[in-house]
Design a protein around this ligand. Sequence first.
Ligand code: ADP
Ligand code: ADP
Length: 232
Amino acid sequence: RHAVTARGLVKVYGSGDAAVHALRGVDVAFAQGRFTAIMGPSGSGKSTLMHCLAGLDTVTEGEVYIGDTEITRLNDRQLTRLRRERIGFVFQSFNLLPTLTAEENILLPLNIAGRQPDRELFDLVIDTVGLRERLKHRPSELSGGQQQRVAVARALITKPHVIFADEPTGNLDSRSGTEVLSFLRTSVRELGQTIVMVTHDPVAASYADRVVFLRDGRLVTELLRPTPQSVL
Ligand code: ADP
Ligand code: ADP
C-alpha cells in the first residue's frame, strides 16, 4: 500500500525563455507507515516536489495520489478540504499561534474541524513527545526544540494519512534536532505514521527508512536504511 504516489510529475515555472523546469518527470511512491527523506542539492526541486505532493502547488503534467484519491483532479475547495482532513504539515519555522498554549496549539486542527480529540492518542503523543509539563506554556516560553515537538504533536493528533515535514530541524541546534527526529521515528514505529521529510542534513536523513535523491528535477537514486555516512 502506498500512502502517496506520483507519476510522470512535471513542473514548469513561467514560460518561453523564462521557463524553469523544476521537475522533469518524477515517478515515486511512498509506502504507508514508512519514513522517507527527500534529499538533493539546492535548486534540485525538493520543495517543488513536496508542494506538488501535498497539493500546495499545481502540477504542469502528471498525477499525484494521496491514498486512492487523485489530488491532481481536485478543485481548490476539494483540495483545501483534503489537506485539512488528511495531511499534516511540519515547517522549519514551527508556525505555532503565539497566543495559544502548547495544548491549545496541538488541539487546534481538531477544533477547526469540529472533531473530538482522541484522549488516548493525545496522552500517547504528549508522553512520547515529553511535553506533559509544558502543556500550559505559550510558544514564547518554550525552547525551539519544544516548539517543534508541539508542531509535530499538532500534525499527529488528526491521524493524517501522511505528514509532510519541510526541513523540520532547519532552525534547531543539533541536540533539539535529534529530539525532534527521534519523536518522528517513534511516531512511525508506534503509530504507523507515514512521514515524508525534505532535508539537506545527512544526520536528519539517517532517521528515515529510505532516502530518495533529486538532481535537476529528476529522481536519481535511492537508499534503504541510510546512515549519516551513506547519505553524504
Ligand atoms: P530545492 O527545494 O531543492 O532547493 P526548489 O524546488 O525550491 O528546489 O526549486 C527548483 C527550481 O525551481 C529552482 O531552479 C528554483 O529557482 C525554481 N523555482 C522554485 N520556485 C519557483 C517559483 N515560484 N517561480 C520560479 N521558479 C521557481
Ligand atoms: P528499526 O527499529 O525499525 O529497525 P532503527 O531505529 O534501528 O529502526 O533505525 C532505522 C534507521 O534510522 C537506521 O537507518 C538508522 O540509521 C536511523 N537511526 C535511528 N536512530 C538513530 C540515531 N539515534 N542516530 C542516527 N540514526 C538513527
